[in-house]
Design a protein around this ligand. Structure first.
Ligand SMILES: [Zn+2]
Length: 428
C-alpha cells in the first residue's frame, strides 16, 4: 500500500532500539515518509528537519520504546493453534476454510506487533493465495513470506500439504514448481515430525536429495529452511548447506535425547541460523498448568506435562550450550501448531532470553536476524534510513523487561499505521 508522501511523521520515543547498537538509546528521533524511514538522528535536530514541503506530524512517546517490527521466522497460518494436529486439520477442513483461517491469523499477527513472518508450510496453494490477497489489499497482515507445501518424502512429515517428492529428479522439479507458484523460500521436512506416518528421530532425505534442493533453491535466490528433529537430520542439513534449521533438537534414532558435542561444534562453525521453537513447549506447559489450577489434570495430561517439562529442560540446556559455542539464533514461534495460537510471538522471544541470550540479543534475534537469514536485511529488520518503515512502539523498555514487548502501543507496516491488539479489543 503506497503511503502519503505529503506527511513527514517525526517519532520521538523515550528510547530507541535500532537493531544495530548493543543498548537502547535515549534522545533519538525517527522520521518516516511514504513507505520508508527517512531519517534517524538526535531528537534535538528533529525540529530543524527539512520536510521539503510535506506536512510535519510529531508523535511523542516519552514512556515508549521504538524498535523494528517483529519478524517471526516460523508460523503455519492454516493452523488454528487449538491443539488439533495437522492430520486432523487435513480431515476437518478444506483449503477454502484453511485460507480464511490464514487471513484471520495474519490479522492477529500484525496487531500483536509482527510485521513480517514466514509461513513454513501450508496446504496446496493457500499460502500463495494469502500472499496475493495481502498484496491486493483484500486482507490485513504482516509481510508474509511463504514456502507453500514443504518438500517431504512419501508419507513424511506434513505430506498431506501436497509437497511429497522423492529422489533427486522429483525434488528438483518440486522446487522449480514451488518457485513458479510464488515461493519466497523453500521448506524441507528433513526429518519426520508429529505426522504419524513419519519418524521424527530419523533423517528423511539423503544428503544428495538435500543438496539438489539447496542447489535449485539457491540458484533461484530462494533460502532453504529445514525442519530437523534429530541429530542425523541436522548433520545432513549441514552437509547440504541449508540457511536455517528449525527445531534443531539432538535426538538419536532410538528417540533418546543426547547432547552431541561434534554436531554442536559444526553448528557453531557454520553460518546456519537456528530456530529453537522453545516458546511452543512453554505455551503447552503454561496451558496445562492453567488447567491444573482450574480443575486438576487427567493422568494423560499429567504425563504430557512431565514429558514436556523434561524436553523443555533438555532444549534449554542444549541451546544454552550452543549459545556459548557461538551459534546464530532466530526467533520463530511455530504458532498455529499445537496449542500456540497466533498473537504471542513474544513468548518465543522470551524463551530465547531464558535459554541465555541477553534481552537485546533476543530482540535482535526476532527482528534483524530473521531478515538476514531470509536475505532481506537490506529492506527490513533494523531502524535505519532507507529501510521500510516497519516499526513498533511498545510501552516501557523491553531491554529491561521483555514482557513490555507484549504492551504494543503503535504498529507501522511500510509507513501505514495499523490497529494494535488493544485497539482492536477496545473497538470490538
Ligand atoms: Zn513448523
Amino acid at each position: 500500500m503506497p503511503q502519503d508522501n505529503n506527511i513527514l511523521r517525526v517519532i520521538l520515543p523515550g528510547k530507541l532500539i535500532d537493531g544495530i547498537g548493543t543498548q537502547p538509546q535515549e534522545g533519538k528521533a525517527v522520521a518516516i515518509q511514504g513507505n520508508s524511514i527517512k531519517w534517524v538522528g538526535s531528537a534535538a535536530d528533529a525540529d530543524n528537519l527539512d520536510s521539503n514541503g510535506a506536512t510535519k506530524e510529531i508523535m511523542e512517546f516519552p514512556g515508549g520504546t521504538l524498535l523494528a517490527g517483529l519478524f517471526d521466522i516460523h508460523t503455519h497460518t492454516n493452523m488454528p493453534g487449538d491443539g488439533r494436529t495437522g492430520e486432523q486439520i487435513n480431515l476437518d477442513d478444506n483449503d477454502e476454510i484453511r485460507l480464511l483461517r490464514s487471513a484471520r491469523n495474519a490479522a492477529t499477527a500484525i496487531a500483536s506487533g509482527v510485521t513480517t513472518m514466514c509461513d513454513c508450510g501450508s496446504w496446496n496453494r493457500t499460502g500463495f493465495a494469502l500472499k496475493e490477497g495481502l498484496s491486493a489489499g483484500l486482507v490485513e497482515g504482516p509481510r508474509v513470506l511463504v514456502s507453500g507445501p514443504p518438500l517431504t518424502v512419501t508419507g513424511g512429515h506434513l505430506y498431506y500439504m501436497g509437497g511429497e517428492a522423492d529422489g533427486v529428479a522429483e525434488v528438483r522439479k518440486m522446487v522449480r514448481n514451488l518457485v513458479k507458484q510464488g515461493a519466497d523460500f523453500i521448506k524441507i521436512a528433513a526429518s519426520g515430525g508429529s505426522t504419524s506416518t513419519s519418524d521424527p528421530y530419523r533423517a528423511a532425505y539423503s544428503v544428495d536429495e538435500l543438496k539438489a534442493i539447496v542447489y535449485e533453491s539457491h540458484n533461484r535466490g530462494r533460502p532453504v529452511l529445514a525442519h530437523c528433529r534429530c541429530t542425523d537430520a541436522i548433520n545432513a542439513a549441514l552437509d547440504a548447506d541449508v540457511d536455517a534449521i528449525l527445531h534443531c533438537s539432538f535426538y538419536d534414532n532410538d528417540g533418546q535425547y543426547r547432547y552431541d558435542q561434534e554436531t554442536a561444534e559444526r553448528l557453531a562453525a557454520s553460518e546456519v541460523y537456528l530456530n529453537p521453537t522453545m516458546g511452543l513447549g512453554q505455551a503447552n506447559r503454561d496451558r496445562l498448568i492453567r488447567i491444573k489450577n482450574e480443575r486438576g489434570l487427567t493422568e494423560d495430561e499429567n504425563q504430557r506435562l512431565e514429558r514436556s517439562r523434561v524436553s523443555g529442560e533438555n532444549s534449554r540446556a542444549q541451546f544454552r550450550a550452543l549459545i556459548e559455542a557461538g551459534v546464530k539464533l532466530v526467533g520463530g514461534s511455530d504458532c498455529g501448531w499445537s496449542y500456540y495460537p497466533f498473537g504471542d510471538f513474544q513468548g518465543e522471544v522470551m524463551s530465547l532470553h531464558r535459554a541465555g541470550l541477553s534481552r537485546i540479543d533476543a530482540i535482535h534475534a526476532s527482528t534483524r536476524s530473521p531478515a538476514l537469514a531470509l536475505g532481506i536485511a537490506d529492506s527490513i529488520g533494523t531502524v535505519e534510513a532507507g529501510k521500510q518503515a516497519d516499526l513498533l512502539v511498545v510501552n516501557g523498555d523491553p531491554a529491561q523487561d521483555l514482557e513490555n514487548l507484549r504492551n504494543v502501543d503503535v504498529v507501522f507496516k511500510g509507513g501505514a499505521r495499523l490497529a494494535t491488539t488493544n485497539e482492536r479489543t477496545v473497538s470490538d
